[in-house]
Design a protein around this ligand. Structure first.
Ligand SMILES: [Zn+2]
Length: 319
């Protein structure tokens, strides 16, 4: 139906390595998706061109004509000026002061919206993932670092200048531990990120601890293997994962006491690991969270995997 643009939006997840785009209905059904290399090294203009092309390509892949598209949302890995519609800085892709919304709107003739990638993923999970059906949702992603997003009464909460949801930099080990990228010492992500668990495992092996982890060479050891060995009952791997996840759970209790959410959605590559992660997370959370906060809140795994970003970006364009 030409001109019927009520139910059709496009979500784009701009990453340092890949651009993902999805054609999505305004009920959150993913119709089709594409993934292209970002080619950030070829400059800002090139990447902007690719964003425009992938938007048109995914619409046509979905069988939509362009005039059917109601809007586009983009998740961007960087600091954004929401008033001006400008990407202030996105280190991964080498962007500085790029007025992306104006450029895209002029070229494509549809409204374009953006948010940072962590907020986009949180919006996606709250819309059609682990937080679906709830209005007060916190999403936390465990990866190289720890990021997240906050939805209050169904709306993303960005804070004064877009920094809300930087959970990874809650200092959990004040004056101790590892120095973080941000310059602080003892940040949550230096303890509980996938990278941090892997580092702890390597250090345990180097110290000569008796563990199944020692049977892997340093290069082939991954966070996934550390978690698998923890599940298999290896005491050292178990200790590492438990300490990391109890600390995360304690951090979530601070967030819980501050925000009183209905769902805390845990995402990232390791989030499908089940009880070996979620049981210590719950232990930490229960130690720190007020009982009424616990009664109202369930901690659940993310459901959308790598699609959270494109779905949340698409949601930005649903009016
Ligand atoms: Zn930090």
């Amino acid at each position: 139906m030409a001109g019927d643009n009520k139910g059709k939006v496009i979500g784009i997840d701009l990453g340092g390595t890949n651009i993902k785009a999805a054609a999505v209905t305004n009920e959150g059904k993913l119709v089709t998706k594409l993934e292209w290399a970002t080619e950030a090294e070829q400059g800002v203009g090139h990447v902007v061109q690719r964003l425009q092309s992938i938007a048109r390509a995914v619409a046509s892949e979905a069988g939509w004509i362009w005039s059917d598209v109601a809007g586009i949302g983009i998740g961007i890995p960087g600091f954004l000026d929401f008033q001006a519609g400008v990407v202030e800085r996105a280190v991964n892709i080498g962007w500085e002061q790029v007025p992306i919304l104006d450029i895209m709107q002029r070229e494509l003739g549809v409204p374009v919206y953006f948010d940072n990638d962590a907020n986009a993923a949180a919006i996606g999970e709250a819309w059609v993932g682990g937080g679906r059906g709830f209005r007060h949702v916190v999403a936390v992603t465990i990866g190289t670092g720890i990021g997240g997003g906050i939805l209050i009464d169904g709306q993303i909460y960005r804070g004064a200048n877009g920094m809300a949801g930087e959970f990874g930099h809650m200092v959990m080990d004040w004056g101790h531990g590892h120095v973080c990228n941000c310059g602080q010492t003892g940040c949550l992500e230096t303890i509980a990120s996938a990278t941090a668990m892997l580092r702890s495992a390597r250090q345990a092996v180097e110290r000569g601890e008796t563990t199944a982890l020692a049977s892997y060479d340093t290069e082939s050891l991954t966070t996934r293997l550390v978690i698998d060995e923890a599940r298999n009952g290896d005491a050292v791997a178990g200790r590492i994962v438990r300490h990391a996840m109890e600390t995360l759970g304690m951090a979530l209790s601070y967030i819980g006491n501050a925000l009183n959410p209905e769902r805390i959605v845990i995402g990232g590559g390791v989030s499908k690991a089940g009880d070996v992660l979620f049981s210590p997370i719950l232990t930490g959370f229960q130690q720190g969270a007020l009982s009424r906060v616990q009664e109202a809140c369930k901690i659940v795994p993310a459901e959308l995997g790598n699609d959270a970003g494109v779905l949340g970006a698409a949601k930005l364009a649903v009016r």
